[in-house]
Ligand binder design. Structure first.
Ligand code: GDP
Length: 196
């Protein structure tokens, strides 16, 4: 697929308000500030397709982008803001879990994690839910340019090792929007998921 022609379709306040569960979609998740918007922009070669709403606690929307007819990218709200009240956090988690469980159109989940602190509790939760629903996962270790190549490889090996514990289809790759690293891996994975 040509991801460069991706365009914004609509926003939804929560998973219950997503458009019809038809066609195929891949969701992008990650802690806020993990580099999710930058990755979507790098993939689509668009400067401001995905924009960050940086205000903690504010209701975050799910953004839907269309690659082609019936082919969508779903930008899930960033999680892990310390400032967000417990109640709001619980609601997010519940609805994200539900989405992964019931959404028929969902063909894969991309989880973005800052290479310097990957696999935090909520990241693991996301992967666990996806695997439980037999959704394949691509973990992108973002901002890989922040580490020297030795440390980068070590971190990749460590996360790959850790991901075996999920006992499911979890692939881990390095990514840097800044250095255009891992973009091919991402687009190939999306192609694979959208073609199945
Ligand atoms: P989001 O909250 O997950 O959507 O994260 P953003 O894409 O807004 O990125 C959060 C911060 O990380 C911003 O300051 C970006 O400039 C920075 N960032 C994102 N990707 C990269 C990258 O590949 N390399 C570096 N060095 N910084 C990045």
């Amino acid at each position: 697929w040509n991801y460069h022609v991706t365009h914004f379709v609509t926003s939804a306040p929560d998973v219950r308000h997503l458009p019809d569960d038809t066609g195929a979609e891949v969701a992008f998740a990650g802690r806020s500030n993990a580099g999710k918007s930058s990755a979507l922009n790098a993939l689509t070669q668009q400067k401001s397709l995905a924009r960050t709403s940086k205000t903690p606690g504010r209701t975050q929307l799910i953004n839907l982008f269309q690659v082609a007819d019936g082919i969508r990218l779903v930008d899930l709200p960033g999680y892990g803001y310390a400032e967000v009240p417990e109640e709001v956090k619980r609601k997010w988690q519940k609805s994200l879990g539900e989405y992964l469980e019931v959404r028929q159109a969902l063909k894969g989940l991309v989880v973005l994690m800052d290479i310097r602190h990957p696999m935090k509790e909520l990241d693991q939760q996301m992967v666990t839910w996806a695997i439980a629903s037999e959704i394949p996962v691509l973990v992108l270790l973002t901002k890989a340019d922040k580490l020297a190549s030795g440390a980068r490889k070590k971190q990749l090996a460590m996360v790959r090792e850790a991901s075996l514990a999920f006992m499911g289809n979890v692939q881990v790759e390095l990514f840097s929007s800044l250095k255009k690293m891992g973009i091919d891996k991402l687009s190939h994975k999306l192609d694979e998921w959208f073609t199945e």
